[in-house]
Ligand binder design. Structure first.
Ligand code: NAG
Ligand code: NAG
Length: 355
């Protein structure tokens, strides 16, 4: 019996040794060729915010609205960016003039945050693919890509209102984070990219080649095709759903749903559906809704607040301080925390009624 027990020991030791050897060697064995390799974690997308403001014609002057100001101020407060660059083809003297004599919000944007906000001269392209580029929206499509390709960062259209930080997205390890718009295409009015990313490079390379004057050919259509294709390149593109950056659309019903006042009693109860509660359990268990018309922006980082130029929203003129403070529309509720903060900081005034 004893000899039988002893005779098993070398087998046990040999097995343990083999197991140990396997454990040491296993992580070093190369991945099979048919599995994609994971490279080391890339750098975060730079915390630089980009806007584009181009001249419509020779006589254009720089003019910003309160809604533009809200976008810039929310970027400053939520993102704490290293810089905010306004790419423009207005010259130094026009910018200086606007910063001194412009509207209240023009002066605030251009002069009140000198450590963060600056302008950068950007030449607007005039031709692509043998066609004149006549619309400033199209010129802006090209300038934004050029600038984000050059330095990296977060691009925002002026009607995009940040609702919270995008740090987790910038630091996700993806070279580009883009979002779908209602209908499923990728929106080019709010996205973020690493400096020199393949997505922005391809937009820059192929945009001018496909340009034909069509509204979306060189922009939304192209960025959708490239993004969808590049998802398969590890770490290149993260596509967010429409709630993330464009929860509402440019269609009449949706524009009304976002901007129209309800002539309701102001929302004062808390917690509301858009309560700032971060705790996941408390957040889920809060079933309160201040108003039945209240949209849930829990999934929204950037609210691309589209409008429909041909449509007048009943009871709505423009985004102003009193409009937001009334908290009688979904846009107002979304903007309220940042406006309240600006008031508390003394950055704006309850008597500032200019749009
Ligand atoms: C700057 O632009 C304004 C308006 O377009 C123009 O009148 C002015 O001559 C320009 N100034 C310089 C120094 O180019
Ligand atoms: C607030 O409004 C008053 C009166 O209109 C004005 O004098 C003051 O400069 C404003 N403050 C700010 C921070 O805009």
């Amino acid at each position: 019996m004893a000899s039988a027990r002893f005779s098993k020991a070398p087998i046990i030791f040999a097995s343990l040794f083999a197991l140990l050897l396997l454990l040491i060697l296993l992580p070093h064995s190369p991945a099979p060729q048919y599995l994609p390799g994971l490279s080391s974690r890339p750098k975060p997308i730079p915390n630089i915010v980009h806007y584009v403001y181009l001249k419509k014609d020779e006589h254009s002057v720089l003019h910003f609205t309160f809604q533009d100001f809200l976008s810039v101020y929310a970027s400053i407060i939520y993102f704490n960016p290293t810089s905010i660059l306004i790419h423009t083809d207005h010259n130094e003297s026009s910018i200086g003039h606007a910063a001194t004599f412009g509207s209240k919000w023009t002066r605030k944007i251009l002069a009140d945050f000198p450590k963060v906000v600056s302008t950068n001269y950007a030449e607007a392209p005039t031709h692509a693919n043998g066609n004149a580029i006549s619309k400033i929206e199209h010129k802006s499509d090209f300038v934004r890509i050029e600038e984000v390709y050059r330095t990296g960062g977060v691009y925002l259209d002026w009607d995009v209102l940040p609702l919270r930080d995008v740090k987790y997205l910038r630091e996700s390890g993806f070279q580009n984070v883009v979002g779908r718009q209602p209908g499923g295409k990728i929106n080019n009015g709010a996205f973020m990219s690493q400096k020199g990313s393949a997505l922005t490079y391809l937009m820059k390379r192929d945009g001018p080649v496909v340009f034909n004057g069509g509204w979306e050919t060189h922009s939304v259509k192209l960025i959708t095709a490239i993004s969808d294709r590049l998802v398969r390149s590890s770490g290149e593109v993260l596509i967010m759903d429409e709630k993330a950056f464009s929860p509402t659309s440019w269609k009449t019903g949706s524009v009304d749903e976002l901007y129209a006042p309800h002539n309701d009693t102001p929302v004062t109860q808390s917690p509301q559906v858009n309560d700032l509660e971060e705790d996941p359990l408390l957040r889920w268990d809060n079933k309160n809704r201040a108003k039945e018309w209240e949209l849930d922006f829990s999934g929204t980082y950037l609210l691309h607040a589209f409008r429909d130029r041909g449509h007048k929203v009943d009871g709505f003129e423009a985004v102003t301080v009193p409009y937001v403070l009334a908290r009688d529309s979904n846009y107002a509720l979304a903007a309220w925390p940042i406006v309240r903060y600006a008031l508390d900081q003394g950055v704006i005034n309850e008597s500032d009624v200019e749009p």
